[in-house]
Design a protein around this ligand. Structure first.
Ligand code: CO
Length: 133
């Protein structure tokens, strides 16, 4: 088994401050990590749940994939991050199983992680992010 944990569930939102306030009020949630990822055009706020995260994500510019998602589909579940020990090996295994890589090779993600995205087409409709800590 290559997956070691659900790393995060990413939820696309229009207003990051409003989403953080809602999670604080509804669940007593505190933001454990916050980061702007310039290369992806996103800002994330991570709420820790046991050893996983809820990742509230918004777009920082119009050409970001999150901006396009929000425009097309509205707010909601965007992707699931699966934690792995070896991102490159997991990506190769997915491709061998018929999955479609979005990232040809692992690349830097938030929190100093190494990540690779896999297309929802070929993965039963779910955008998958492989996350190596
Ligand atoms: Co993610």
């Amino acid at each position: 088994m290559l997956l070691t944990e659900i790393d995060h569930i990413a939820i696309a939102v229009h207003d990051l401050e409003a989403a953080i306030a809602y999670y604080a009020e509804a669940f007593g949630a505190e933001v454990a990590h916050r980061e702007v990822v310039d290369s992806d055009g996103v800002e994330e706020a991570l709420v820790k749940v046991a050893d996983s995260y809820i990742q509230l994500t918004t777009a920082t510019r119009d050409d970001s994939p999150i901006a396009k998602f929000l425009e097309k589909r509205g707010e909601g579940l965007h992707h699931v991050g699966y934690r792995v020990d070896d991102c490159a090996a997991a990506l190769a295994s997915i491709i061998a199983a018929g999955g479609r890589a979005i990232d040809e090779a692992p690349r830097p993600g938030s929190r100093g992680t190494t990540v690779a995205f896999v297309h929802p087409k070929g993965s039963f409709g779910t955008l998958i992010e492989l996350v190596q800590e």
